[in-house]
Ligand binder design. Structure first.
Ligand code: NAP
Length: 447
């Protein structure tokens, strides 16, 4: 089996040189899915995984715009339309200077599995630009979004490809992108999700990824007869996912002691409560400030410059910032400090060595494609509401989100439970996602 996996990976590496994040994501899937394919007559010998690692379409385009000083700036825009076997392409847009083909292809590939897990009819895609929104004025953001959409609009549509937010793309950016799409197409449709409530958005969509990550952590703990109540939780990031993971965690009785951004992390031993979180939201969402400013209002907290929060003693860790933000060493520190569960809010935040360490220690470990699927699931619910031209209540959406997260957890158990009772959530998520997409691909022929 090892030579089969190696042979497959050699081919993928040869075709995708200089794409380390994409190869990392494919390797993790190959290790769990190739043995499964070999054991199933219907999938064997059909090169399905080889077809799945090749995007259906990759778009790269120039995004020229004019900054506030009158300078012409040129960024690079992307959309990866990865797989549409079970529905139109669906996945976020990321605006961050690190964005490149490798990062977006890894995100698009993971998205295919994640979207399949939600049980909703959504294919996988991802896009974005190497644009840094930090320090830009509102008008610069608007001009950039308009230029970006002036090309992207040709390739997307409510039945073709429905982008959403991701790092650097929140409600403000979705508004500018939607406005430009509507102007160019002269139609008001659900082409983007994460929209404002007065123009087609869904209640709970902003909260969904973070809430879902916490619901998933709770489901994992329940398999051990445990709950989040009374647990100490370390969260990284302080953006959309981190904020709402923090909120739901303390609502469920846990104590969240850390948040971070790219400048470092804050440690608040007393726990971050609703009032403190409201201050974080003001800092990050309105003032666009650094997390270190938390200390100006709460001086008893500590700030650790240029560090990540994984040295802190916690029962549960929720990485909610970015890819590869938990190293093997940091994973070992978490384990040494007694951490019993990891629920990933970010995409691929744990390095392969870290995942190995968590699984070897047999703690509860959920990969982002399962635990953070609540965001895209609720985007799917936003699409349904747009199509039906109705608005569900907060309670209705939250209830559906909880049901979906619970179904994802069950799928992971179905395919990931081992003979000794340990649940391998990586294997479970990969195989469950694969089966759904592969069945659709087989039914639709070689296209
Ligand atoms: P966001 O609102 O832009 O927040 C991102 C947070 O992560 C910020 O605190 C940011 O700090 C930090 N961060 C980003 N890049 C970093 C880096 N290279 N090193 C250290 N910190 C970094 O984005 P988000 O929507 O919360 O997304 C966070 C993660 O969740 C991403 O992996 C994303 O793919 C994943 N995700 C998001 C959704 C969603 O619905 N939004 C759904 C599924 C998965 P700075 O402010 O200093 O940059």
């Amino acid at each position: 089996m090892e030579s089969k996996i190696k042979g497959f990976m050699d081919l993928v590496k040869q075709r995708n040189q200089n794409e380390p994040e994409f190869l990392q994501a494919v390797q993790e899937v190959a290790e769990t899915v190739i043995p499964y394919i070999a054991s199933k007559e219907i999938y064997n010998g059909k090169n399905i995984l080889l077809r799945m690692v090749e995007p259906e379409r990759v778009l790269m385009f120039r995004v020229p715009w004019i900054d506030d000083t009158g300078e012409i700036v040129v960024n690079r825009g992307f959309r990866i339309e990865m797989n549409s076997a079970i529905g139109p392409y669906k996945g976020g847009l990321r605006f961050h200077p690190s964005v490149n083909l490798s990062i977006l292809k890894f995100l698009a590939f993971e998205q295919v599995f994640k979207n399949a897990l939600t049980t909703l009819p959504m294919g996988g895609g991802k896009g974005g630009a190497d644009f840094d929104p930090k320090g830009k004025s509102d008008r610069e953001i608007m001009r950039f979004c308009q230029s970006f959409m002036s090309e992207l609009f040709r390739h997307i549509g409510p039945n073709t490809d429905i982008p959403a937010g991701d790092i650097g793309v929140g409600g403000r950016e979705i508004g500018y992108l939607f406005g430009m799409y509507k102007k160019l197409r002269n139609e008001f449709t659900g082409v983007l999700t994460g929209k404002g409530m007065s123009w087609g958005g869904s209640l709970i969509r902003p909260e969904a990824t973070g809430y879902g990550t916490v619901y998933f952590a709770q489901s994992m703990l329940e398999t051990k007869g445990d709950t989040l109540k009374g647990k100490t939780v370390a969260v990284s990031g302080s953006g959309n996912v981190a904020q709402y993971a923090c909120e739901k965690a303390f609502q469920m009785g846990a104590k969240v002691v850390t948040l971070s951004d790219s400048s470092g992390f804050i440690y608040d031993e007393d726990g971050i409560d609703a009032e403190k979180l409201a201050y974080v939201m003001e800092l990050k969402n309105e003032k666009r400030a650094r997390i270190s400013e938390y200390l100006t209002k709460y001086p008893s907290a500590k700030f650790f410059k240029s560090q990540r929060p994984w040295s802190v003693k916690c029962d549960v860790a929720m990485p909610c910032a970015t890819q590869n933000e938990v190293s093997t060493e940091e994973a070992k520190t978490l384990l040494k400090n007694g951490c019993i569960a990891i629920s990933e809010g970010a995409n691929m935040p744990s390095e392969p060595g870290a995942i190995e360490a968590f699984q070897e220690a047999k703690i509860l470990y959920a990969p982002g494609k399962a635990s953070n699927a609540g965001g895209v699931a609720t985007s799917g619910l936003e699409m349904s509401q747009n199509s039906l031209r109705i608005v569900w209540t907060r309670e209705e959406v939250d209830e559906r989100l909880q049901r979906i997260m619970s179904k994802i957890h069950n799928s992971c158990i179905k395919y990931g439970k081992q003979d000794d009772g340990y649940i391998d959530y990586v294997r479970g998520a990969n195989i469950a996602g694969f089966v759904k997409v592969a069945d659709a691909m087989l039914a639709q022929g070689v296209v």
